[in-house]
Design a protein around this ligand. Structure first.
Ligand SMILES: *[C@@H]1O[C@H](CO)[C@@H](O)[C@H](O)[C@H]1NC(C)=O
Ligand SMILES: *[C@@H]1O[C@H](CO)[C@@H](O)[C@H](O)[C@H]1NC(C)=O
Ligand SMILES: *[C@@H]1O[C@H](CO)[C@@H](O)[C@H](O)[C@H]1NC(C)=O
Length: 368
């Protein structure tokens, strides 16, 4: 049994050094004080309960790990909480003079995370090129799905390569070849990005199975479908059935064991970080064919949305994929942000990418 003095010294060390170690993870001073206080109280409780438990160190370890991780993990539920500020450009004349401008160019679109207390406490931030290079260094990223997924891939590459870089010019051309796959290696950071044209859920399913066969898994998979199925199959219960199949394949095929990182550390949980690109709001009157207007009605959209929820593929329903809530982004950006009622301004997909990266930071237990 430890003496009272030993215990006191141990407690003092914890209160002092644990928050200092955390400060190394870029916690603000207020947070540090908060953690010091929380630890102090936890330790005081521990000391009083010690006689009832076999070992002080077990309790201390469990208390500190709970304090550290609980806070950020719950932030996954808040990461999609963003608000939009869309207003007319101050100088429409200059837009008009610029050739090839569309309606989208007449609106300035800004977005940020909601300023509620809970969301603020999560300290989400838009990542710059260097943050992303750091985070995705050496990673294999796969974006798979329909045209929405393609726009997400474009936004991610914009961020990694820089939107005015020469490289981006050729990316834009190659990525938008109709209905085809695309692959690029960003040498500077050893990141590989694959875009896989996979307009149906079955295509996504096949992709997951193929990784299993190769025994080689990407680090990040961002996928999303729905619109093709809605237009060409138009059967929400079939959509739900396909999603359940995809979900169960993801659950059974993608390994859960900790995986060694390049840096030497290991990450617990699923070794692949998985995201689902939600369906955009469809503005029926703006859809560009009669077939679309008829098949992609609000009623059908809601049936598809319900099937997505019931498929339990999303984390919020207990499934494996974290939602990038395109529905909320497109609804809040509004009709000013789309030309065809289906594909939206790049600002929407940029937001989705920043949401994904913030979730990835939390999931991989990293901070900037
Ligand atoms: C717009 O197009 C016209 C003729 O096509 C050209 O003379 C002019 O330089 C272009 N302006 C800009 C800003 O690109
Ligand atoms: C990427 O990681 C490698 C190896 O860990 C390191 O040498 C390199 O500087 C990193 N590059 C960037 C851009 O962070
Ligand atoms: C819709 O899909 C379900 C499940 O695949 C199937 O049982 C049903 O017959 C389909 N409905 C129609 C109208 O095709």
């Amino acid at each position: 049994m430890l003496g009272a003095i030993h215990l006191g010294v141990l407690a003092a060390c914890f209160v002092l050094f644990v928050p200092m170690a955390m400060a190394g993870w870029h916690l603000s001073r207020n947070k540090m004080l908060f953690f010091s206080g929380a630890l102090f109280i936890s330790l005081a409780v521990c000391v009083h309960l010690t006689p009832y438990f076999p070992s002080v160190s077990d309790i201390v370890a469990s208390v500190s790990s709970v304090v550290v991780y609980d806070h950020r993990i719950s932030c996954i539920n808040e990461v999609n909480q963003i608000v939009w500020d869309v207003k007319p450009v101050p100088n429409p004349e200059s837009v008009r003079r610029n050739n090839g401008s569309t309606k989208l160019d007449y609106f300035v679109k800004n977005w940020d995370w909601m300023k509620s207390r809970k969301v603020l406490s999560c300290e989400f931030q838009k990542l710059d090129k260097f943050d992303v290079s750091d985070l995705l260094n050496g990673s294999w990223v796969v974006v798979a799905g329909d045209s929405q997924a393609r726009f997400v891939a474009l936004s991610l590459l914009n961020l990694v390569l820089g939107s005015d870089s020469k490289a981006m010019d050729s990316v834009r051309g190659d990525l938008f070849r109709r209905h085809s796959d695309y692959s690029i290696v960003v040498k500077e950071i050893g990141m590989k990005l694959d875009f896989v044209w996979a307009p149906y859920e079955k295509d996504l399913d096949d992709l997951v199975v193929s990784y299993k066969k190769m025994k080689k898994y990407p680090d990040v998979v961002i996928m999303g479908t729905g619109l093709w199925h809605m237009l060409h199959v138009n059967n929400a219960s079939d959509f739900g059935f396909r999603l359940r199949q995809l979900s169960s394949h993801v659950e059974s095929l993608v390994p859960l064991t900790p995986k060694e990182q390049e840096g030497g550390g290991s990450v617990s949980g699923r070794s692949v970080h998985l995201f689902w690109i939600g369906m955009p709001v469809l503005i029926n009157g703006m859809l560009n064919t009669d077939e679309k207007k008829e098949k992609m009605s609000d009623t059908v959209w809601h049936e598809y949305d319900r099937s997505l929820g019931e498929s339990k593929i999303l984390r919020q329903m207990g499934g494996p994929l974290i939602l990038l809530d395109i529905q909320s982004f497109t609804w809040n950006c509004g009709p000013q942000c789309t030309l065809d009622g289906m594909h939206y301004d790049s600002a929407v997909y940029d937001a989705a990418v920043h949401v994904m990266l913030n979730a990835l930071l939390i999931e991989s237990h990293q901070s900037l």
